[in-house]
Design a binder for this molecule. Structure first.
Ligand code: ATP
Length: 395
């Protein structure tokens, strides 16, 4: 079409229609753009709100950094009138207030609290860990370990019977002669040689309550409370006699003092002082036996070894060949064995402890089970020795 004047009616209608269609298309495209922009706006609104939240959070964090830090301490006693006794790692004990709003469910001796630095008011209480008691102190009314369960320590058993059992069973003998029975004995030797076993057997043979304390647990978990626990243990022993107090890993609280003045070291020393005070103040009638154990007698504080304290020391060494044979027999008593020559096994396990030999017996049983056999054969023992020796070398 050259000019509109020359256009026929049909041509004009066609042109108008095509212009209309073009218009519609442009309108659609514009609408699409509007919708796209609207959704973009929506998205940026959302991310704006998220950013505002983040800013608020960060501002809160900055404010909390500006606040004074809180002091951590341990509750020693709970009093009336919203007051508790607390002790920090530096030693002093304080009587402080706590607000009524605090969670009183956890307020008990041993629980940790956070204190305001200026007023020492309790602002938060954390629950006492439930497993702490179990790991640091173990009480058995009468352990079921007997002397028959111990292999190769005849000399040590005789000495323990004389020094710990006799005063419990026949205190009158000491009275008649006019001497004080020995107070504490120290068992020393490498791990797994049967020190705990010996202490338990004494308790069994004297019908005594067995109270075991792991000194290293005090140091790791009861910072600020070690001395209180030592006191409580001695009270517990006096409450029901006869009793055997067994302090394992005593070196953790009884090492020679080297003048380190850190809070933790002072606390360890306080625990040791409490132990020495308990030993000294102990009216020894013979009905409480005190046995300590260590793998490191060389690092012990001399104060512990003075007369009237742990003045009897007994070495508990790794078993001899004959001892190893006895220990193997004890630990295979209930096992189904096929013609095992314990002389040979005892011979080739030189240098191993009672605990290692027990592990070998268990492992031999496992090899038999894996091979679907009903009896344990010599090869199982040899494989078990290989495995245990491998583990020992690796360690
Ligand atoms: P640690 O120094 O590591 O505390 P320990 O000397 O107290 O070790 P025990 O706990 O008495 O050693 O021994 C660990 C296990 O090894 C015992 O439960 C026991 O099964 C076995 N055992 C160790 N020594 C002997 C032994 N002389 N006779 C029989 N079994 C033993």
């Amino acid at each position: 079409m050259e000019s509109i004047k020359d256009a026929s009616k049909d041509e004009l209608i066609e042109t108008i229609e095509s212009l209309k269609a073009e218009n519609e298309k442009t309108k659609d495209e514009l609408m699409q753009k509007v919708r796209h922009l609207e959704s973009e706006q929506l998205k940026s609104n959302v991310s704006n709100r998220q950013l505002e939240g983040k800013i608020k959070e960060l501002k809160g964090e900055i404010n909390s950094f500006k606040k004074n830090p809180l002091i951590l301490a341990t509750i020693t006693e709970v009093f009336d009138d919203n007051q508790v006794g607390i002790k920090g790692n530096v030693g002093h004990e304080f009587l402080v207030n706590y607000p009524k709003s605090i969670n009183t469910e956890f307020l008990e001796p041993g629980a940790r609290v956070a204190l305001n630095q200026n007023t020492l008011t309790v602002v938060n209480v954390f629950p006492r860990k439930k497993d702490e008691n179990i790991t640091a102190m173990e009480i058995e009314e009468k352990p079921n370990v007997t002397y028959d369960d111990i292999g190769g320590l005849e000399k040590q058993i005789t000495e323990i019977k004389e020094t710990v059992e006799l005063p419990i069973k026949n205190p009158e003998i000491f009275e008649e002669i006019g001497i004080d029975p020995p107070k504490g004995i120290l068992l020393y030797g490498t791990p797994g040689t049967g020190k705990t076993l010996l202490a338990k057997a004494v308790a069994n043979n004297t019908n005594a309550r067995f109270i075991k304390l792991v000194a290293s647990e005090f140091v790791n978990k009861y910072l600020g409370e070690g001395s209180r626990y030592v006191r409580e243990v001695f009270e517990l022993a006096r409450e029901k006699t006869p009793a055997i107090i067994f302090i394992d890993e005593i070196d953790a609280i009884g090492t020679k003092r080297v003048g380190d003045n850190s809070g933790a070291d002072r606390e360890v020393q306080r625990t040791l002082m409490q132990l020495l005070a308990e030993l000294d103040g102990f009216d020894q009638r013979g009905d409480v036996g005190i046995i300590a154990a260590t793998n490191r007698p060389d690092i012990l504080d001399d104060a512990l070894l003075r007369p009237g304290r742990f003045d009897r020391t007994i070495e508990v060494p790794n078993p001899s060949e004959e001892g190893r044979k006895q220990i193997l027999k004890i630990h295979t008593e209930r096992m189904k064995l096929d013609n095992i020559d314990f002389d040979v096994i005892a011979h080739i396990t030189q240098g191993l402890s009672g605990a290692d030999l027990k592990a070998i017996c268990t492992e031999a049983g496992m090899f038999a089970i894996r091979s679907k056999r009903k009896k344990v054969i010599s090869k199982d023992f040899l494989d078990a020795i290989d495995k245990i020796l491998g583990n020992i070398n690796v360690n």
